[in-house]
Design a protein around this ligand. Sequence first.
Ligand code: 2NL
Length: 361
Amino acid sequence: MASQTHEIDETTLLARIDAAPDMAALEAERVAALGKQGTITQLLKTMGQMSPEQRQAEGPRIHGLRERVTTAIADRKAALEAAALERKLATETLDMTLPAEPRLQGSVHPVSQVMDELAEIFADLGFSVATGPEIEDDWHNFTALNIPESHPARAMHDTFYFPDEDGAERKMLLRTHTSPVQIRTMVTQKPPIYIIAPGRTYRSDSDATHTPMFHQVEGLVIDRGIHMGHLKWTLETFLKAFFERDDIVLRLRPSYFPFTEPGAEVDVGFSIEKGKRVIGGSEGWMEVLGSGMVHPKVIAACGLDPDEWQGFAFGCGIDRLAMLKYGMDDLRAFFDGDLRWLKHYGFSALDVPTLSGGVGA
Ligand code: 2NL
């Protein structure tokens, strides 16, 4: 019993610990020496059966042995960890001379892209972009457009009204179309006027094809001697550039808008490609725009002489234009903010539409 410490060859054990090639081998050594059934643990247990004199002699030797083995394991562990870090640092390199990787996050919404395309196409025809408030009064949104208080068109617009203010002359509302922007332009600028007014508009209806907020673009020309021929050429030129096809066929159908005389619905020929309707060709007709000659009463309401100035105007939904051009079929997805949809249909910030590069390239 007294010779138990001699069963452990300390020199060999410390040498094995020092030579442990990896963490797993080191852990095996630790379990074999210091674990529950470990040689040193067993040795410590024998002290219980020793006589006091024996314990006095063996105790310090056994504890000393355990101490040195524990220290050796800790040292070896630190050495292995340092070596592992050293290897990692040697293999992981960072080349600071490489150019930065472009990480494009986010994309341009199809509505914004189409607005940019419209601005580009119409700029080429001499039109500038006009904007105005989304919170309007009923004079600019309705009255000036020949839609008086009692007119059924007011009810048809599903208008969002603000609560009446005490003493206020005009009702405030969310504009139901971008026409008030053109009214403001006619009131404040001298003709000739060549503008498009793209922007958000609001109507209180909502289903698969209507959202309470939607985007509209309207165009307005006020000049001398303007007639329907100018209107048709402008729309045809616009649609050819926008859909990037030459086989665009227009059909103007008489229609009624209180602010035009005459008014015309514009149908565009479509064809079927890969099971989907695309603009171009003439397999069928699709209603795309509303238009007409500006009503003399509207011109007069803006303080201009309708005998001197004539004009045409048109309007259509930007969301619908985007759907037709880029093949989306659910309008509601436009405003969900779903990143997967945006990633699929969105545009690169670098994809700026230009006439030379193709507006939708
Ligand atoms: C449609 C129809 C249209 C206009 C908008 C307009 C504006 C002024 C004077 C006269 Cl200031 N007209 N805009 C004219 C005809 C049709 O839009 O279906 N929009 C979605």
